[in-house]
Design a protein around this ligand. Structure first.
Ligand code: ZN
Length: 101
């Protein structure tokens, strides 16, 4: 179904929605919380100096920051940025949106 142009987005949205619901359920059940982070620009933001770079093609798996010269591995860099955003949301509760409530 994901190969169909018309149904691919619907199918992926439903799967992602179910995944988010499960994550929230598990977090609350364990006494924690879950929050949704806007991952926009997480790939092209240098996780060392936080400079946002121009668009980076999907085939580019690593890139060097033009500001701080850090070598960023695409997926690891994005994960570090998302983790930072999550931690910031926890330390600034006013920005915290708890999923599943
Ligand atoms: Zn940098």
């Amino acid at each position: 179904m994901n190969r169909s142009r018309n149904l691919a987005g619907v199918s992926l949205d439903n799967g992602l929605g179910a995944f988010k619901t499960q994550i929230s359920y598990k977090a609350i059940r364990a006494g924690g919380l879950a929050t949704e982070i806007n991952e926009r620009d997480s790939t092209r933001t240098c996780s060392v100096c936080l400079t946002v770079h121009p668009r980076i093609g999907l085939r580019v798996r690593e890139w060097r920051c033009g500001v701080c010269s850090a070598l960023n591995l695409r997926d690891l860099n994005a994960a570090i940025n998302i983790l930072r955003l999550g931690r910031e949301a926890l330390t600034h509760p006013g920005n915290l949106t708890v999923a599943g409530t």
